[in-house]
Design a protein around this ligand. Structure first.
Ligand code: KG4
Ligand code: ZN
Length: 336
């Protein structure tokens, strides 16, 4: 076993099939196949996700090895996402990883997907310095995490209902936007007035989040307005998008600010697919300037689901000697 390990990583927790190769902490390749099949259903269909993973995974792994110019026999370990995620999706990735590792007689690294989103910050410079505060915002999760080291993390706040990405996607759906609605809402919001329609900011004690009230209030507001004017949504689309986005951002940043103050942390990291939101990035930069924070946001490729972040986490686990045996099972509800 080497100190500069060559790791193959597999990510299959939701609807992205991904494989990456990492040599001594440096990414050599990161291949992602995003499943298009779910668009027509307006959300991820778990059964179809498992089937698509099983179709895409082997070509994706072959492509990752080819781009990295690495022979599979040169690998030192195989990392895979153990959870959280959809059980069927996780089963495909974990079964592949276990079999591959067994056939090559290499050790296995079981990676927590939420840790991987956070450790994506160590793929490229600039990297945050420990301890730092990370806001992870994706389609499935919204968490505030104190990160003390690659292996020592603590969730201090999380959503009690919908995730931030779900709040974007569900409200976008009410506006008739295609799935996933987050990026569409973001684009339209740029032309709109964020304070035109005031929606409630989910106020929670401590550092938790709540987004279900926003969804309900948007639903009732649209229902009431379209009774008076059936073209209300089309005529006010940009302002509606901007106002919804503004509310989600306020909800996130209020708790982030409170946590950073209480924990006395000035290194602030943003992770997960919602980190792509242009309004959130801008508002966070402004808040950071006012608060004297240093903000870290990975490239978009490493914010959405990808195997490079699983490889990065696997790399830290390899160095810490945290290997797993062949009896390991996926865990859809794995915590941090
Ligand atoms: O991290 P991710 O790729 O997958 C999960 O693990 O969930 O995040 C996907 C989520 C979706 O809800 C999508 O709508 C949202 O991230 N998203 C955005 C933007 N880009 C992606 N939400 C708002 N604005 C964006 N620009
Ligand atoms: Zn994710």
């Amino acid at each position: 076993m080497m100190n500069s390990p060559l790791i193959l990583a597999i990510e299959s927790s939701c609807d992205d099939t991904s494989a990456a190769v990492m040599a001594n902490g440096e990414i050599l390749s990161n291949v992602v196949a995003t499943q298009q099949v779910h668009e027509q259903y307006g959300g991820v269909v778990p059964e179809l996700a498992s089937r698509a993973h099983q179709q895409h995974l082997i070509p994706v792994v072959q492509e990752a090895l080819r781009r990295a110019k690495v022979a599979k026999t040169d690998l030192d370990a195989v990392a895979f996402t153990q959870g959280p995620g959809l059980l069927g999706s996780l089963l495909v990735g974990s079964m592949f990883a276990k079999t591959f590792a067994l056939a090559l007689d290499k050790p296995l690294l079981a990676v927590n997907h939420m840790r991987a989103h956070i450790l994506a910050h160590f793929i490229q410079d600039p990297k945050p310095v420990f301890p730092f505060l990370c806001l992870t915002v994706s389609g499935g999760h919204t968490q505030l995490v104190v990160v003390r080291s690659p292996m020592d993390m603590e969730i201090i706040g999380q959503t009690i209902d919908d995730a931030a990405g779900e709040a974007f996607d569900k409200t976008a759906k009410l506006l008739g936007l295609p799935y996933p609605g987050g990026p569409h809402l973001d684009k339209l919001a740029r032309q709109g007035n964020p304070t035109r329609f005031p929606f409630p900011v989910g106020a929670m004690p401590g550092y938790d989040f709540s987004f279900s009230g926003l969804k309900t209030s948007v639903l009732y507001f649209l229902r009431q307005q379209t009774q008076q004017n059936e073209h209300f949504v089309q005529e006010n689309l940009a302002d509606l998008c901007a106002s919804i986005q503004y509310t989600i951002i306020q909800t996130l940043l209020r708790q982030l600010r409170r946590a950073a103050h209480d924990q006395q942390l000035r290194q602030i990291a943003l992770a997960g697919g919602v980190a792509a939101n242009s309004g959130l990035r801008l508002a966070l930069q402004e808040l950071a300037a006012a608060e004297g924070w240093e903000v870290f946001i990975p490239d978009f490729e490493f914010c959405t689901d990808n195997a490079a972040m699983v490889a990065m986490t696997g790399h830290f686990q390899y160095q810490a000697g945290q290997f797993t045996n062949q009896l390991i099972s996926p865990d859809p509800r794995l915590k941090l």
